[in-house]
Each structure stands twice: as structure tokens, then as C-alpha cells.
Design a protein around this ligand. Structure first.
Ligand code: ATP
Ligand code: MG
Length: 351
């Protein structure tokens, strides 16, 4: 049985990268699988601990989920801190994972900057909490952007080490599930969760710098298209997007050394449900001055309705809260089930 889990941090305005890399996929998956989507508020404390708008931003991400088409009748939608078992399982995983594993994470290196000794312990342990988010529901599939690939590998390493370290107890309790790890068939408690990363926009780049990913936390607002931007702002940001002086190439191979061009073509492809090759068939040989207005129109057509829905839903915070409360109850019941077994496996006294 497949179970999908993913999350977004309430660290600011959602952008086109979040939409194409994550939200758009969340929506497609809810018709096919059981899905759990979380607003990972505990994770956001690793960015800014003192966070005046945390509650508002948490509701904002939930509103964006709903506006993009997530249906609380199909998917479980909740905020992480409402289910305390996320933090509890993360603690156990902190004791499973090794410091060296965390030190190697590129997200940690990027976000900690030069003064790593002064980064918070939470930022270092971020992937451990992420593993807990996923494995608390024993999720098998995780739709994410390309930047989260390394964290998913670490999630599998944690699952595998836990399964291994406690294999005797898991067998004794008879709660193992058969799974394939490499060439081996093993029995384990936590599944080897697979990332779902595909399509032309798994890593949408900054509009100002084709080598940096588009991020909520980038100080330059011109670097990203926010889901909350109006039509004029979207058009202006695309017009100002960095490009090279050459016309668009005829085939996708020639995009390789042209990160800005590759990015804009990829965005067009993802928004229109086509491949980059399809787009270049149409626009190869044309100038960016021709391409940008068409891209802007497409972005406005796709994002405009989501923007409108977000405003409508955000005007009713009580409704958003009720969705999160209900989702939290449903997630919490599943989390409790898993943690009961984890307590048994680890040998924590339950009486
Ligand atoms: P922050 O800068 O605060 O880390 P973020 O933009 O990276 O913010 P997250 O909440 O960390 O957003 O990630 C939410 C989801 O969006 C994740 O699945 C992540 O992989 C995906 N994502 C983030 N940025 C991009 C991007 N530029 N392109 C595609 N997917 C992305
Ligand atoms: Mg991020």
C-alpha cells in the first residue's frame, strides 16, 4: 500500500518553485493515493526562532494548499506542532542518526553559512525531524523538489539503521514488513521512503541568479514569483528576469550551459504540462523579448485563480483552523499507533 507524505515550512510567501516542485504534485497524488500534507511549523523554527507571524504564516501555507486544490476530504492537512509525536520520534532518530551524516547535508552547509559552530542544533538536526515526519506515518512516497533528495536518502539511512539495530525485537514482536533493500529481502518496521521528483521543474531557479534555487528565504523579492503576486508583479518579475543575450535554442541539449534560459523554458513547460523539448519546437530561434510576455501570460493564467482562492480562504482563518484541527486529529491517531509500536520496539516502559 502506498502512502504519500510531504510538507512545506511556514517561512514566508510560497513561490512558483514550491508550487511546481511540490503543491502541484500533492494535488495530483490525492486522487490516487492516501495522502498526508503537513505545514511543518517546527521546522521553520530552525530559520527564525522568534517569529512574530508564525501562526499567520502557518494558516497562509494551509490556505495555499487548499487554494491549489488539496481537498481536506481526500487528504489529511495539518500543522506539525499539533501532533507532538513528530518531535518525539525525531528525538529517537537523533539517537539513531550519526553527527557525521548531518554534517554532510548540503542544506545545512548552505543555511549555516561560514560560522557553523554557531548554527543552532536544530538546523543540524533538521533532517532527523524530517525523517520523523515521514516515518511517523510509515509513508512510502514523498513528493519534493530536487533540493530535498539528499534528505530523503538520509531518511532511508535512518530507517535502515533503526530496522537493523532493532531487528531482533521487531521480529519477536512480529510487526516487521517485508521489503527490498538493494538485492536483499529484509523485514523491517520503517519503510524505505522514495522521493517523487520528476518533470521539468524539480528545481526552479532564482530569476536573478540561474545558479541559485528559488527560495522563500531569499532576501530579493525579484528572485521569485510568489503565489500572492498580482498579474502586474508577475509580468514585471518575468520581464526583469536575468537571461543571456542569445535567442532560444532549437533543442533541449543546448540549454545545458544556459541556466537562466533552461529555467524559464522549464517553468513554461511545467506550467503548460509539456516538456522543454515541446516548448523549444515552438520558440526555438525566438528572442527572450518575444518569449517573456507569453510566459508571463501563462503564469498569470495559471496562478491568478490560485491567488484569488488564497485571498478568499485566508479571509476566513476560523475555517483554516478547523481544517488543521480536524487533520491534526486524524494524523494524531495514526501517529499514536506508530509510536505505541516504537515504544515496544525500543523498550521504553509503557506501564
Ligand atoms: P526555505 O528557503 O525557507 O527553505 P523553500 O522555498 O526551500 O523555503 P520549503 O518549505 O523548504 O521551501 O520546501 C517546500 C517544498 O518545496 C519542498 O518539497 C522543496 O523541495 C520544494 N521546493 C523548494 N524550493 C524549490 C524550487 N526552487 N524548485 C522546486 N521545488 C522547490
Ligand atoms: Mg527549503
Amino acid at each position: 500500500k502506498q502512502l504519500v507524505f510531504s510538507g512545506v515550512q511556514p517561512t514566508g510567501n510560497l513561490h512558483l518553485g514550491n508550487y511546481l516542485g511540490a503543491l502541484q504534485k500533492f494535488v495530483a497524488l490525492q486522487d490516487v493515493h492516501e495522502c498526508i500534507y503537513c505545514v511543518v511549523d517546527l521546522h521553520s523554527l530552525t530559520a527564525t526562532l522568534v517569529h512574530e507571524d508564525l501562526a499567520t504564516q502557518t494558516r497562509g501555507i494551509a490556505a495555499a494548499y487548499l487554494a491549489s486544490g488539496l481537498d481536506p476530504k481526500k487528504s489529511i492537512i495539518f500543522n506539525q506542532s499539533r501532533v507532538p509525536q513528530h518531535a518525539e520520534l525525531a528525538w529517537i532518530f537523533n539517537c539513531v542518526a550519526r553527527i557525521g551524516w548531518m554534517n554532510r547535508m548540503t542544506q545545512f552547509k548552505d543555511k549555516a553559512g561560514k560560522d557553523r559552530e554557531n548554527a543552532s542544533l536544530g538546523l543540524l538536526a533538521y533532517p532527523s525531524l524530517m525523517a520523523a515526519d515521514i516515518l511517523l506515518y510509515r509513508a512510502t512516497h514523498v513528493p519534493v523538489g530536487d533540493d530535498q533528495k539528499q534528505h530523503l536518502e538520509l531518511t532511508r539511512d535512518i530507517a535502515q539503521k533503526f530496522n537493523n539495530d532493532f531487528s531482533a525485537k521487531i521480529a519477536e514482536l512480529g510487526i516487521g514488513v517485508d521489503m527490498q533493500v538493494g538485492d536483499e529481502k529484509v523485514s523491517g518496521f520503517f519503510p524505505m521512503a522514495e522521493p517523487l521528483i520528476d518533470g521539468p521543474a524539480t528545481r526552479v531557479m532564482s530569476l536573478r541568479d540561474g545558479t541559485k534555487k528559488m527560495s522563500k528565504s531569499d532576501p530579493s523579492d525579484l528572485s521569485r514569483i510568489n503565489l500572492s503576486d498580482d498579474a502586474d508583479t508577475i509580468a514585471k518579475k518575468i520581464r526583469k528576469a536575468k537571461t543571456d543575450p542569445l535567442p532560444l535554442p532549437d533543442n533541449a541539449d543546448e540549454l545545458k550551459d544556459r541556466p537562466e534560459a533552461q529555467n524559464l523554458v522549464g517553468i513554461y513547460a511545467a506550467l503548460s504540462g509539456q516538456t522543454s523539448a515541446d516548448i523549444l519546437k515552438e520558440f526555438g530561434g525566438r528572442q527572450f523579448s518575444d518569449f517573456k510576455p507569453v510566459l508571463a501570460d501563462l503564469a498569470v493564467t495559471k496562478l491568478g485563480p490560485i491567488n484569488g482562492e488564497m485571498r478568499r480562504i485566508s479571509a476566513d482563518p476560523a475555517y483554516v483552523d478547523s481544517v488543521l484541527r480536524d487533520g491534526g486529529e486524524r494524523a494524531g491517531a495514526k501517529a499514536e499507533e506508530t509510536m505505541k509500536m516504537v515504544h515496544e520496539i525500543v523498550g521504553l516502559l509503557n506501564n
